[in-house]
Design a protein around this ligand. Structure first.
Ligand SMILES: Nc1ncnc2c1ncn2[C@@H]1O[C@H](COP(=O)(O)OP(=O)(O)OP(=O)(O)O)[C@@H](O)[C@H]1O
Length: 231
């Protein structure tokens, strides 16, 4: 389980402080207005921002001082996840070996991930020749081969059309369940993401002010949240 308690950082003098729990195999959906701090939370977890206070435990181990590469996270952004001069095969391979010298089992893992994400026939193409949806599948395949227990998704599908966004969300749901990966997903499309999420968190002014299991969410709990949802 991932556990953050009063995890703090400062940006431009502003305090961000987050507490949350994420179980393996669970998808937590993070909503909130632009600038509220959703990306900041993911960047703190991933180790891209200095932590100035609080606790960060992954499966009981304190990971707050670990560099990003050693933390149990892989992160996927809205775009620019791929190296344009490398083939799809090489882009996925980077998740296994930075020098791209893959052992036989690693090559096998790469092929399995490509098959799992239905991109086997794209392996020798360059990312620029792929559609946005195909590119995000390649990026997801790289996340998958890294075999990290937690996946941080920062609006990864927002550039895709609605049908494709739904399809990719279903894919993430299946990957989370099959591989027992805990997923934190930032999305501005709550209606589309909510069916696949286990719980929802609302970020306001640098804090997670509200979390609830999806099943318990019949009415938005605060005026601010209702306003965000346009209700
Ligand atoms: N690289 C940065 N350097 C300094 N301040 C930043 C940086 N990125 C974001 N901020 C500031 O931190 C605050 C929170 O930004 P953050 O990107 O976490 O919000 P967000 O909720 O993810 O917004 P959005 O939904 O627009 O992506 C904002 O006030 C923003 O200006």
């Amino acid at each position: 389980m991932l556990l953050a308690e009063k995890l703090q950082t400062r940006r431009q003098g502003r305090l961000f402080e987050f507490s949350l729990q994420l179980q393996p195999g669970e998808i937590g959906l993070l909503l909130g207005r632009s600038g509220s701090g959703k990306s900041t939370l993911l960047e703190m977890l991933a180790g891209f921002l200095p932590i100035s206070g609080g606790t960060l435990l992954a499966d009981g181990q304190n990971i707050a001082a670990q560099p990003p590469a050693q933390r149990p996270f892989t992160m996927l952004f809205q775009q620019n996840n791929l190296f344009e001069h490398l083939t799809v095969r090489q882009n996925i391979g980077l998740g296994l070996q930075p020098n791209l010298k893959l052992s036989k089992p690693e090559q096998q893992a790469l092929l399995q991930a490509a098959e799992r994400l239905q991109i086997s026939e794209l392996l020798d193409r360059l990312p620029t020749s792929l559609s946005g949806g195909q590119q995000q599948r390649v990026a997801l395949a790289r996340c998958l081969v890294r075999r990290k227990p937690y996946l941080l998704l920062d609006e990864p599908f927002s550039a895709l059309d609605p049908a494709l966004r739904q399809e990719m969300m279903q894919e993430v749901r299946q990957l989370a369940t099959e591989h027992n990966i805990g997923v934190l997903l930032v999305s501005h499309q709550p209606q589309e993401a909510k069916d696949q999420a286990d719980w929802l968190g609302f970020v306001e002014d640098g804090r997670l002010t509200f979390t609830a299991p999806m099943s318990a969410l019949t009415q938005p709990p605060s005026e601010e949240f209702a306003a965000y949802l346009g209700m």
